[in-house]
Design a protein around this ligand. Structure first.
Ligand code: TTP
Ligand code: GDP
Ligand code: 5AD
Length: 650
């Protein structure tokens, strides 16, 4: 039952690793460095209170209540949010944890719930300052002029200062060497300007908590595409475009690119300010991408056409880029706030607790929708775009640990079936909740132009024979045409930091390692001591003496693969590198079929993989219902902008 799970996990203390991360980056301190927050529950109190206060500005139904009824309603909601956060069953993206309450008197943020008055909630709303920025994902347009480019540079700096990750599509910039009328000179092209953005964010950070994280996209038909593909070459993880992940944008449908590839066809390069004529074989482009990704992990591929195919506002609005890790496709000046439910905590002896998952999903949607209204953005155009479509990104973490608990191997049909059903179930209940909120508080302002309203049987994801398909169709046929609060609701983020806070596996990813050692300072001393970490679920499944006897080898290998233990256990406790690329891809597809935004997933390849193996993954990707692709070959340069769970833990 939901309430039993909440009570159980509220009592479980975050691990030493989680507390270290919270202490270093999340607990609020006074300007003098004194900790105001000392526990995860303190953070949960602050965030729940601030997010509940949104009801005062977004809930018209509250107008008809007396003052004391209003107060009771908001307090009840605060309690509901607090319980969910305190249990760590649901955690919003880092900026919500960092910035909720920025500018507000501490006394209002931490006073006991019983003492809260309606005025206190109003004051919280009034006192928020310009850094009360709670979203992780942004897309900024870059126009083809010096004025436009440097406006965007300033916008990058402001968003990075507030803690957001930013993506842009640089395809509007005229290619290197093309004519500039005003100066009779030559343009230096998109890649040269990406270096300017990179330098700008390199000197901006959010306190000591977060540095810049950027996504740079260039469409496959831009004349500079071949140079772009190798733009991070020579990157040693430090120097070249270090704050950027880069991806080739595919504006057409996946199937179309595949058709061109299969008949060995070409792409005609074009830009309105370019007078050159050039066609390039798709196979040549793909080969170069594979070579570069084999070497450095970059570029990825983003299927923009696929995102727009399922975008409820397309063609009135268009998705042009994603955020740095790819889970959210956005139009110009859009932003999105994320949050993730830890599936591993929803496991009971009877399997997944579906009732608890429904309840957590519904409360999380309400929470994330409220975040939009208490958010303060550094740029007015962003506030406007966000309020017009109210996009949310509710997702999951802890999937790999859930599979361990259920004795299901990640690379199995059974795991994919479970993934599909979990995501379909969440899609159903989150969309129902978004429609309920639409009825209660109002639809998103662009609702009447949206395909929910104008197109028969529009569903914002592809579907694929889950147990909930009938109910999902029924919802989009009968309810969604009338009510919808949010243009999109779901996304699966990497959860690089929040999964560590939740002590669970990240996003939909398999675990990277089953064991590792970290050296930590001894208390009150400079000496360091080894701290062994072994996956918690494995510890529960294997007897302690067995764990102790294999510990050293496990730490060395990270996997059970080479150990002499029960084959059944080995089959279940797989890690990333035990899993074939195709099985990574199939899992991405299983989830994506029920996600209206996108998914952040890395397809891991062994160090021995060849460039041709990478090409093969690309071609497979074009055949599957996914919206983007990132590959990483073991041991190749780690170029990812963000700290993966693995590198955080090792
Ligand atoms: P603009 O600032 O728009 O140049 P312009 O107004 O003088 O020319 P036009 O009428 O042709 O637009 O910049 C156009 C593009 O050229 C933009 O991508 C930036 C690039 N550019 C350079 O790379 N170097 C330069 O010195 C200038 C002036 C522009
Ligand atoms: P978490 O909430 O911190 O666990 O973040 P995730 O790892 O789930 O990443 C979600 C999104 O947050 C990314 O796609 C980025 O848009 C943004 N993001 C993540 N890490 C960073 C960072 O270190 N700096 C900045 N500026 N943004 C980040
Ligand atoms: N496109 C999309 N996502 C990317 N990531 C790294 N590079 C790219 C890219 N080019 C994502 C990984 C991982 C996260 C840390 O960053 O997939 O989820």
């Amino acid at each position: 039952m939901y309430s039993d799970l909440i009570e159980k996990y509220k009592k479980i203390q975050p691990s030493q690793n989680a507390v270290r991360i919270l202490t270093e980056r999340y607990f609020i301190k006074t300007p003098a460095g004194e900790f105001i927050e000392k526990s995860w529950h303190d953070v949960a109190h602050r965030v729940a209170r601030v997010v509940a206060s949104a009801e005062l500005i977004n809930n018209p139904a509250l107008e008809n209540l007396s003052k004391s009824e209003k107060l009771d309603y908001i307090k009840l909601l605060e309690k509901e949010f607090f319980d969910l956060l305190a249990s760590r069953i649901f955690i919003p993206n880092s900026p919500t944890l960092f910035n909720s309450g920025m500018g507000v008197d501490y006394e209002l943020l931490y006073k006991p719930l019983e003492q809260m008055e309606l005025d206190d909630y109003s004051k919280i709303i009034q006192m928020r300052n310009h850094l009360h920025m709670l979203s992780a994902c942004f897309v900024v347009p870059v126009e083809d002029s010096i004025d436009g480019i440097f406006t965007a540079v300033k916008e990058y700096a402001l968003i990075t200062k507030a803690g957001g990750g930013i993506g842009s599509n640089f395809s509007s910039l005229r290619p290197n060497g093309s004519f500039v009328a005003g100066t009779h000179g030559k343009a230096s092209g998109p890649i040269s300007f990406m270096h300017v953005f990179n330098s700008a964010v390199s000197v901006v950070e959010q306190g000591y908590r977060r540095r810049g994280a950027l996504m740079g996209i260039l469409n496959i038909d831009h004349p500079d595409i071949m140079d772009f593909i190798s733009a991070k070459k020579g990157n040693d993880g430090e120097k070249v475009l270090r704050f950027f992940n880069i991806s080739v944008g595919i504006p057409m449908r996946r199937e179309e690119l595949l058709r061109i590839y299969e008949r060995d066809g070409t792409i005609r390069l074009n830009h309105s300010k370019w007078h050159g004529e050039k066609e390039i074989k798709v196979r040549e482009i793909i080969q170069k991408m594979a070579q570069s990704a084999w070497e450095t992990g970059d570029p990825g591929m983003v299927f923009l056409g696929e995102m727009n195919r399922y975008y409820a506002l397309y063609p009135h609005k268009e998705i042009i880029s994603t955020n740095p890790c790819g889970e959210i496709g956005l139009g110009a000046y859009e932003a999105c706030n994320l949050g993730s439910i830890d599936l591993a905590k929803l496991y009971t002896q009877n399997g997944v607790d579906w009732d608890a998952l429904e309840k957590a999903t519904r409360i999380a949607v309400r929470f994330l929708d409220n975040v939009i209204d208490v958010n303060v953005f550094p740029i007015d155009k962003i506030s406007k775009a966000v309020k017009e479509s109210r996009r949310l990104g509710l997702g999951i973490m802890g999937f790999a640990d859930l599979l361990y608990k259920m004795d299901i191997p990640y690379d199995s049909e059974e795991a994919r079936r479970l993934a599909k059903n979990i995501m379909a179930f969440m899609a159903l209940h989150s969309h129902e909740e978004s429609s309920k909120l639409g009825e209660e508080k109002g639809n998103f302002p662009l609702f009447e132009q949206s395909r929910y309203h104008t197109e028969d049987d529009f569903v914002p994801f592809s579907m694929d024979e889950s147990d909930y398909d009938e109910e999902i169709f029924e919802h989009f046929r009968n309810v969604a045409p009338k009510f919808k609060r949010n243009v999109a609701v779901l996304a699966i983020a990497p959860t690089g930091s929040i999964s560590n806070i939740a002590d669970t596996s990240s996003g939909l990813e398999p675990n990277f390692l089953l064991a590792y050692v970290r050296y930590v300072n001894k208390q009150n001393s400079d000496e360091r001591e080894p701290l062994f970490y072994v996956n918690e679920v494995l510890k529960q499944k294997l007897p302690e003496d067995l764990i102790n006897s294999i510990k050293d080898k496990l730490v060395e290998d990270g996997t059970l693969k080479h150990l002499e233990i029960d084959e059944e256990i080995k089959r279940v406790f797989v890690v990333s590198h035990d899993i074939k690329p195709i099985d990574h891809l199939l899992m991405q597809e299983a989830f994506q079929c029920y996600v209206d935004n996108n998914i952040s997933k890395t397809i891991n390849l062994p160090n021995s993989a060849t460039v041709d193996d990478v090409v093969e993954v690309y071609i497979e990707a074009l055949k599957h219902k996914i919206r983007g692709l990132t590959i990483y070959r073991d041991g190749s340069l780690q170029t990812q902008v963000l700290t993966s769970t693995k590198s955080l833990k090792t």
